[in-house]
Design a protein around this ligand. Structure first.
Ligand SMILES: CC/C=C\C/C=C\C/C=C\C/C=C\C/C=C\C/C=C\CCC(=O)O
Ligand SMILES: N[C@@H](Cc1ccccc1)C(=O)O
Ligand SMILES: [Zn+2]
Ligand SMILES: [Zn+2]
Length: 477
C-alpha cells in the first residue's frame, strides 16, 4: 500500500490542474435534470431516474472500478462503498443530495433548469444546494481513479434523493442500511455551512464555519373551526379572524433570546480576533456582552437565526367564496429550534402565546436540535478539514465551529458516528445566502473547481492513520 500522507508538511501551492471544460459540462448536465421535490410523495421520479443514469454515464471509472460498489437505496438514492487498502482504518462518509426545491420561471436571470453560463457563473436550481456537492464528490473521485489512486481508508458516498422533503425515504434508508451492516464512521461530512466572505458583519476576511450541530425543527398545524353561514349576518369573530390573531401573536412575540447558551458562543469566541477593536474585546467576553451582541445581530434574519428559535408562518388557508362565512381556517408554522432549547419547551411557549382554546394545535413534524460534534485536537475529521482548507483556501483566516440553521440528511446518521460536520467547501458572499431556495441560485466556475479540488485533497488527506501530535500553527483552530 502507498505510504500515509505527511500531514503537516508544507504543500506545493498549486492545486491539481483539472480539465475545466469537463468539470463544468458535468455539473451543467446535472443542473438541467429537474429533480424537484415538492412534497414527500410528490417527487419528479422521472428526473430522479434520469439523474441516476446520468452519473453512470459521466463518471464511468466510479461505476466500473472493482473496489467500489454502488447500490440504489430507496429506489433513487445512491450509496457508494469505496474499499480502502487498509481495513484497520475506520471509514468516513461524504453526503450530498440530488433533489432540489421547486423554482419559479419568473424572477430568474436565466431559466432555473437551463444551467446557463454567464460571466463566469453557472446559473440554476441546485448549483449551491446541492448538486455542486453530489456531482463534485463523484467528479473528485473520478479524477483520482484516473490517476490510479486507491484509498487506504475506506469511505462511503451517500447521494440522497428526498433531502428537501425530510430524507426519510433516501438519506435515512442509507443510514439504516449501514447500521444493519454494523458500520461505524470516524466522521461524516454533509452540506449546511461554508466559507463566509462578508456575510458576518464586522469580519473582513473569509472565514470557514464548520457546523458542529444543526437546529431542531417543529412544524405545527393550527386550525380554527366555526359555524358556516351567510356573510350578510356575520358573527363577531370568524375562523379567519381568530386564526389571524393567533398567528400574529406568534410573529409579534419572538422566542426568547438564547444567544451565548449554545455552540454559537464557541463560534464567536473563535472568530473574536477577526473583529476590529472594540468588537474583538466584546466577542472574547460574551459571558458579559451576549445580551448586547444578540440585540445587534438579531436585526438581520440570518443573525436572528443564531440568537433564538425562529418562528416562520409558512402556510395560511381559509375561505371558499366572497359571501360564505368559512367553516375552517388553517395555518402552518415552522420553528427552527435553537441548540439550547427542546421541542417540548417551544410547544409550551406557543400554547401560552396563542392562549386561545379555539385554536387546535397539531404537530406535523418535530425533532430536537442535533448533538454537538467533537471539536478538538483529537477530532480526526476536524483536523483533516482544517488541513484541507488551509491547502485549498489559503486566504481563509479562521476555521471555526458553527451552527447549521437549516436541516440536512446528516441528522439521520447519529447512530453511526458522533462526529457529524456540515460544511460545503464554497465561498458564500453576502448576496449568495438569499439565492439558496431563492432566485438566481448560481456558482462560479472558479468556486466549483475549488470545491472539486477540496474534495480531491480531502479524500487523500483522509488516508492518514492517526493525527500527528498537535503543534503550533499560525492558524487558529
Ligand atoms: C445548501 C447550502 C449549504 C450551505 C450554506 C452555507 C452557507 C450559507 C450562509 C449562511 C446561512 C444562511 C442561509 C442558508 C440556510 C440554510 C443552509 C443550511 C442547510 C441547507 C439544507 C437544505 O435546505 O438542503
Ligand atoms: N433541508 C430542508 C428540508 C427539511 C425541513 C425540515 C426538516 C427536515 C428537512 C430544510 O432545512 O428546510
Ligand atoms: Zn435546500
Ligand atoms: Zn441541501
Amino acid at each position: 500500500p502507498p505510504p500515509a500522507p505527511t500531514f503537516w508538511a508544507p504543500r506545493a501551492a498549486a492545486g491539481p490542474a483539472f480539465d475545466e471544460q469537463e468539470l463544468v459540462r458535468a455539473l451543467r448536465g446535472a443542473i438541467k435534470i429537474p429533480t424537484v421535490a415538492f412534497l414527500r410523495k410528490q417527487l419528479n421520479t422521472t428526473a430522479l431516474i434520469e439523474f441516476g443514469k446520468y452519473i453512470q454515464k459521466v463518471f464511468p471509472a466510479v461505476f466500473s472500478t472493482e473496489f467500489i460498489q454502488h447500490e440504489v437505496v430507496g429506489e433513487y438514492s445512491y450509496l457508494f462503498t469505496v474499499q480502502g487498502s487498509d481495513p484497520q482504518l475506520m471509514p468516513y462518509m461524504l453526503l450530498a443530495h440530488m433533489d432540489v426545491v421547486p423554482a419559479s420561471e419568473e424572477g430568474w436571470k436565466f431559466p432555473p433548469f437551463s444551467a446557463e453560463e454567464d460571466e463566469g457563473y453557472i446559473y440554476g436550481r441546485g448549483t449551491l444546494d446541492n448538486k455542486n456537492s453530489a456531482i463534485g464528490i463523484l467528479q473528485a473521485l473520478e479524477f483520482l481513479l484516473r490517476r490510479n489512486y486507491r484509498p487506504r481508508r475506506s469511505f462511503y458516498i451517500g447521494i440522497g434523493h428526498d433531502e428537501e422533503v425530510s430524507g426519510l425515504d433516501g438519506g435515512k434508508q442509507i443510514a439504516m442500511l449501514l447500521q444493519a451492516r454494523g458500520v461505524k464512521l470516524s466522521f461524516l461530512l454533509d452540506e449546511g455551512s461554508g466559507i463566509l466572505d462578508g456575510v458576518i458583519e464586522g469580519i473582513k476576511s473569509p472565514v470557514a464555519l464548520i457546523a458542529v450541530t444543526e437546529k431542531g425543527s417543529l412544524t405545527l398545524n393550527l386550525t380554527v373551526r366555526s359555524d358556516p353561514g351567510h356573510s350578510s349576518a356575520p358573527p363577531k369573530e370568524t375562523s379567519i379572524g381568530i386564526l389571524a390573531a393567533a398567528v400574529s401573536r406568534l410573529e409579534k412575540n419572538p422566542m426568547p433570546r438564547l444567544f451565548g447558551y449554545g455552540p454559537e458562543l464557541m463560534m464567536f469566541e473563535h472568530l473574536a480576533s477577526e473583529f476590529a477593536f472594540p468588537l474583538n474585546i466584546v466577542m472574547k467576553n460574551l459571558w458579559l456582552f451576549s445580551p448586547l451582541v444578540s440585540r445587534i445581530i438579531e436585526r438581520k434574519p440570518t443573525g436572528n437565526s443564531m440568537v433564538r428559535t425562529t418562528t416562520a408562518l409558512t402556510v395560511f388557508k381559509a375561505g371558499i367564496k366572497f359571501n360564505v362565512i368559512p367553516h375552517l381556517a388553517s395555518a402552518a408554522v415552522n420553528f427552527r429550534i435553537h441548540p439550547a432549547q427542546k421541542v417540548a419547551e417551544v410547544l409550551e411557549i406557543v400554547k401560552d402565546t396563542i392562549d386561545d382554546d379555539r385554536v387546535e394545535i397539531t404537530v406535523i413534524e418535530a425533532f430536537d436540535p442535533l448533538p454537538i460534534s467533537p471539536w478538538d485536537d483529537q477530532a480526526l475529521g476536524v483536523q483533516i478539514f482544517r488541513r484541507t482548507i488551509m491547502d485549498v483556501f489559503p486566504h481563509v483566516s479562521s476555521i471555526a465551529p458553527g451552527i447549521c440553521i437549516g436541516n440536512t440528511d446528516s441528522r439521520h446518521f447519529t447512530n453511526l458516528t458522533d462526529a457529524i460536520y456540515r460544511f460545503n467547501p464554497v465561498v458564500f458572499k453576502a448576496d449568495d445566502v438569499s439565492r439558496i431556495h431563492g432566485w438566481n441560485e448560481r456558482i462560479s466556475v472558479k468556486d466549483y473547481e475549488k470545491q472539486v479540488e477540496f474534495l480531491f485533497q480531502l479524500i487523500q488527506n483522509s488516508d492518514i492513520d492517526k493525527l500527528p501530535k498537535p503543534h503550533l500553527s499560525t492558524h487558529e483552530l
